[in-house]
Design a binder for this molecule. Structure first.
Ligand code: ZN
Length: 162
C-alpha cells in the first residue's frame, strides 16, 4: 500500500471499477434521475428508495469512464443510509472540492472521498467525477415513477347508459 495520494487515487479508481458498489437497478424506486456528460460520453442512471427522508436503497448503472464509475460507486456507498439533507451537504462538499472551490481538509464530511481532491487539477475529468453527485441532486428533486395513469385512465370516464 502506498501513502502517495496519486497512487492511492489510482488504487481506489481501479478497485471501484473492478467491484462497483450498488451497481444495478432497483425495483420500484421512489426517486430516479439520469445523468449525461457529453464531454466524455458518461451516461448513468441512478435510482433511490427514500423512506422517512433516509436513503434506504440506491443503485446506479450505465456507460461511463473509470473516473465516473468510481465516483458513482463511492457516492452510492457514501449516501446509503444517510438522511437526504446529509447527502445534500456531502454533494455540495464533493462538488466544491472537485472543482477546486474548497480543500478536502475544509470539507468536514468528505472522508474517503478526499481521494478525488486532485481531480480539480484535471479540468477535463472534473465533470466525470461530479456527474454522479449532480445526478443524485437531480434525483432528490424528482418525484419520479409516480404513475399518472390512474388520473388519465379513459376507462374511468362514465360509459353512459348504452
Ligand atoms: Zn468520464
Amino acid at each position: 500500500m502506498s501513502t502517495d495520494p496519486k497512487a492511492l487515487y489510482q488504487e481506489v479508481i481501479l478497485d471501484h471499477n473492478r467491484k462497483p458498489r450498488n451497481y444495478g437497478e432497483l425495483d420500484h424506486p421512489s426517486h430516479h434521475a439520469e445523468g449525461v456528460n457529453p464531454l466524455c460520453g458518461d451516461h448513468i442512471h441512478l435510482a433511490l428508495d427514500i423512506k422517512n427522508d433516509t436513503v434506504e436503497r440506491i443503485a446506479f448503472h450505465g456507460e461511463s469512464c473509470a473516473i465516473c464509475k468510481a465516483s458513482a460507486s463511492m457516492m452510492t456507498a457514501a449516501v446509503k443510509g444517510k438522511r437526504t439533507e446529509e447527502a445534500e451537504t456531502l454533494a455540495h462538499e464533493f462538488v466544491d472540492m472537485a472543482t477546486g472551490r474548497a480543500a478536502a481538509q475544509d470539507s468536514p464530511h468528505i472522508g474517503r472521498l478526499a481521494v478525488f481532491s486532485g481531480i480539480s487539477a484535471l479540468p477535463m475529468r472534473v465533470k466525470c467525477a461530479i456527474l454522479p453527485w449532480h445526478t443524485l441532486q437531480a434525483a432528490f428533486r424528482s418525484e419520479a415513477c409516480t404513475s399518472t395513469e390512474a388520473d388519465a385512465d379513459p376507462m374511468h370516464t362514465p360509459m353512459g347508459d348504452a
